[in-house]
Design a protein around this ligand. Structure first.
Ligand code: HEC
Ligand code: HEC
Length: 204
């Protein structure tokens, strides 16, 4: 039988282990903890630390803060087409969305190890250079421009869906991007969008 002193020792240990002070010794640590909990509700779909296991859910690790915030507000205000995010974003205040953007922008984007059609990659690269590189720099891998998201290494099915949303005008592109998309579609049609998506998916 466990003696009373042993029991007290165990309770004491438990009390220390579960004491909030052990984890959060300052308000900064406390804030950090809150952010981590906030972000946990995203990892069920977007994967641990925002690196999605795919195929139709985008990775959100390393996306620029400004793009992230804009897109979350877009979901919240029903300005972007969505299957899930329209509902989800409504549950967060603007300041929580900023906090989440900050949090995920500091994580490392990891290109998805995914299947793609190698026969489309060369054509996709050419089209990218001609129509898209101006804003989606370094083959779509750059996260330097705060307003633009990462395309290279994003999940293929998500890319195809999103490109289709732009094509159908369900998602409104900026005036300049819309112009390039129109030119691309006129020249290449849907095959052009396929080639671009496979080119982005090939970057691993
Ligand atoms: C139920 C699954 C699910 C959950 C939970 C979820 N997401 Fe999403 N997320 C998606 C899907 C699917 C998309 C693609 C848009 C859509 O169809 O809603 C997406 C898109 C996004 C995008 C746009 C990515 C891009 O490249 O433009 C961001 C940013 C995002 N989610 C952030 C979050 C954050 C932050 C949370 C947690 C607060 C979260 N998501 C929780 C499924 C989810
Ligand atoms: C004039 C600059 C510009 C050009 C050119 C441009 N884009 Fe964009 N693109 C943007 C900006 C800014 C965003 C983010 C804001 C938005 O959603 O409109 C974006 C967003 C996207 C997204 C959504 C990413 C995501 O994570 O959901 C895709 C996909 C995309 N662009 C593909 C393309 C392709 C393919 C081309 C070439 C045919 C292209 N863009 C040309 C500026 C541009």
């Amino acid at each position: 039988m466990i003696s009373i002193t042993h029991k007290l020792a165990i309770y004491g240990l438990l009390a220390i282990l579960f004491s909030p002070h052990l984890f959060a010794t300052s308000s900064l640590a406390m804030e950090h903890e809150e952010t981590t909990i906030l972000a946990l509700s995203c990892s069920g779909c977007h994967g641990p630390d925002g690196v999605s296991q795919g195929p139709s859910i985008p990775s959100i690790a390393g996306l620029p803060k400004e793009y992230f915030t804009e897109v979350m507000l877009g979901f919240k205000l029903n300005q972007l087409p969505s299957t899930a995010m329209g509902q989800i974003a409504k549950a967060y205040s603007r300041s929580e969305l900023t906090t989440l953007a900050e949090y995920f922008s500091k994580k490392r984007f990891q290109p998805s190890k995914q299947a793609f059609d190698p026969s489309l990659v060369k054509k996709g690269a050419k089209l990218h250079e001609k129509f898209c590189e101006e804003c989606h720099e370094k083959g779509g891998s750059s996260a330097k421009d705060e307003e633009v998201s990462i395309l290279a290494g994003q999940h293929l099915r998500y890319l195809l869906w999103t490109l289709n949303d732009f094509k159908k005008n369900k998602r409104k592109a900026s005036r300049k991007m819309a112009k390039k998309m129109r030119k691309l579609l006129k020249k290449e049609g849907n095959a052009g969008l396929d080639a671009l998506a496979h080119y982005y998916a090939s970057q691993q």
